[in-house]
Design a protein around this ligand. Structure first.
Ligand code: F0G
Length: 433
C-alpha cells in the first residue's frame, strides 16, 4: 500500500513523503505516524498469502516481520531490507502463571525469542531498512539496553556505523555486552534516559545521524507485526486482553495502531483491550490515565526493571489514544510484585527479563480488582529474554536483591543454589532433606 508520514496531532494532520528525514512534524512539532491508502486492502487474500509464506525459505518470507510486508511501508520495494529473520516468536501456555494470577488460562507471546532477545528487533529491521534506503551511514539511539543491542546488530548486519548512548550504570551487563560484541561505538553518559534522549535528538540533527529511537515512526511500523503475528497464531480470533509493559510507550503505540488497522482492513472483527503495566517508581503514564492532572514527567524514575526506567516517555500522546480507543487500562506494580511474577514465569519453564514480568504482576492486580475476569482470554507479551539480566535473577533467588531504596526483596519464590562437598553420602543426605 502507498504510505506517507502524517502528523499525529488531530488539529494538524499534515502529510509528508516517507523519504523525508523527520521525526516530528515540521509544521507543529507533533509526533509522526505512517499512514496508508487502504483502498487496496485485501483481508482474505492477505491471510492466505501470509500463511503460504511460512513455507517459503526466502529471507523476506522467513522473517516474521517482512512476511507481512503488505501492511508495512515501502510499497513492495524490498531491495534494501535488513533482516536477521526476526519475529516468528512463540505463543506459550503458562498454567502456573494463570493460577498465580487467578485466571483459567494465560498465554505468553515471547518476544525474547528474537535474534537479539527482545521485541526491539521487530522494529529495528524496519528502522534499519529505512536508514539504508535514505543512504544514511551513521545511526544512533539512547537506550535502556535492548534498543541499543538491537540497533547494534542490525547496523552491523547492514554495514552501518552504530553509535549508542546509555545511562551510565543503569543498564544490565547482558545488554551492554551485546552492544560491544556487535561493534557499536558505545557512550555511557552520566544522566538518565530522558536527559540523554534530548541530547541525542540534538546531536542527530546537527550531525545528520539517523535516529533509531521509537520516536522514529518506522520502528513503530515494524513493531506492529507483533500483533499481526499474534492474531494469525490465534486464527484471527482476538483475545479479550493484550497486556504489555510500558516504558517509552512506543510498543503500546505500535500495538494499538496494528489492532486498529487490522480492524479497518477486515482482518479481525473486534478490538482486544490493551493493558499497559508500569513499574511503580517510573509510572507517569499510570498517573496520567488515572486522572492525576495533565501529563507530568517523573524527574527521577526508579526501578530495578531498568528497561522501563523512563520518566518522560515521548510517545505518551499516542499511547493515550490507543488506551482510549481499545477501552484499555493502565496498571502499576511494585518491585516485589514484579520480582515474584518474574519467578513464576520462570517456573512455567518460560522465563523473561524483569520489565516483561510487570505484565503478570499487573494482570494479577487487575484480576483482584475485578477488571479482568477469571475466564477472560488473556495474552501477555514478554518483551525480553530471561538471559538479559542474570544479576537480577541471582540476587532474587539468593535473597540479596535490593530495591532502589536499599530494602531487600524477600522473594516468595527464592531458589538458593546449594554448595556441596564432593561426597556421595553427603549429597544423598542433602537430597533427602
Ligand atoms: N520491555 C523491555 C524489555 C524493554 O526493553 C522496553 C523498552 C520496554 C519493555 C518498554 O517498551 O519503551 O516501547 O514502552 N526499552 C527501551 C530500550 C526503552 O531502550 O531498550 P516501550
Amino acid at each position: 500500500m502507498q504510505a506517507q508520514l502524517t502528523c499525529f496531532e488531530p488539529n494538524c494532520r499534515a502529510h509528508f513523503p516517507i523519504d523525508e528525514v523527520i521525526y516530528t512534524c515540521p509544521s507543529c512539532g507533533g509526533l509522526l505516524e505512517v499512514t496508508y491508502d487502504a483502498t487496496t486492502a485485501n483481508a482474505g487474500g492477505w491471510k492466505s498469502l501470509w500463511r503460504e509464506r511460512r513455507t517459503s525459505n526466502t529471507p523476506l518470507d522467513a522473517s516474521g516481520v517482512w512476511r507481512y510486508r503488505e501492511i508495512l511501508p515501502f510499497d513492495g520495494e524490498t531491495d534494501h531490507v535488513v533482516t536477521l529473520r526476526e519475529g516468528n516468536t512463540a505463543l506459550l501456555e503458562g498454567p502456573r502463571a494463570a493460577e498465580y494470577a487467578g485466571l483459567d488460562r494465560i498465554r505468553f507471546k515471547h518476544q525474547g525469542f528474537n535474534p537479539t532477545g527482545s521485541f526491539k528487533d521487530n522494529g529495528m529491521t524496519c528502522g534499519a531498512t529505512q536508514a539504508v534506503r535514505l543512504g544514511k551511514r551513521r545511526v544512533a539511539c539512547v537506550s535502556t539496553g535492548n534498543t541499543s543491542a538491537s540497533m547494534a546488530a542490525y547496523a552491523a548486519a547492514a554495514g552501518l556505523d552504530p553509535i549508542i548512548f546509555l545511562p551510565h550504570g543503569n543498564i544490565s551487563f547482558g545488554k551492554l555486552s551485546q552492544a560491544l560484541e556487535y561493534g557499536a561505538r558505545t557512550i555511557q553518559v552520566d544522566a538518565n534516559f530522558d536527559q540523554i534522549l534530548a541530547l541525542v535528538r540534538t546531536l542527530s540533527e546537527q550531525l545528520g545521524i539517523y535516529l533509531l529511537n521509537s520516536i522514529n515512526p518506522f520502528r513503530i511500523e515494524g513493531q506492529k507485526t507483533i500483533q499481526f503475528e499474534l492474531m494469525e497464531q490465534l486464527d484471527w480470533h482476538p483475545p479479550d486482553w493484550v497486556v504489555l509493559p510500558g516504558g517509552n510507550l512506543g510498543n503500546v503505540s505500535a500495538f494499538g495502531k496494528a489492532l486498529r488497522e487490522m480492524l479497518a482492513f477486515g482482518l479481525i472483527s473486534k478490538m482486544p483491550r490493551l493493558a499497559v503495566v508500569q513499574a511503580e517508581g517510573s509510572a507517569p503514564f499510570y498517573a496520567l490515565m488515572h486522572g492525576e492532572g495533565p501529563f507530568r514527567a517523573v524527574a527521577h524514575p526508579e526501578t530495578l526493571a531498568t528497561a522501563i526506567k523512563i520518566g518522560d516517555p515521548v510517545s505518551w500522546p499516542k499511547a493515550q489514544r490507543e488506551i482510549r480507543e481499545s477501552n484499555g487500562v493502565v496498571e502499576k506494580a511494585t518491585e516485589t510484585e514484579i520480582a515474584d511474577a518474574k519467578a513464576v514465569i520462570g517456573r512455567c519453564g518460560i522465563g523473561c527479563e524483569p520489565a516483561s514480568a510487570a505484565t503478570l504482576a499487573g494482570i494479577r492486580k487487575l484480576r483482584r480488582a475485578g477488571v479482568i475476569r477469571g475466564d477472560d482470554n488473556v495474552v501477555a507479551v514478554l518483551t525480553g529474554n530471561v538471559l538479559k539480566d542474570p544479576d537480577y535473577i541471582y540476587g532474587y533467588h539468593t535473597g540479596t536483591l535490593k530495591q532502589p531504596d536499599g530494602q531487600l526483596i524477600a522473594g516468595a519464590f527464592q531458589n538458593k543454589p546449594v554448595v556441596a562437598p564432593n561426597d556421595t553420602d553427603a549429597i544423598m543426605k542433602l537430597l533427602e532433606g
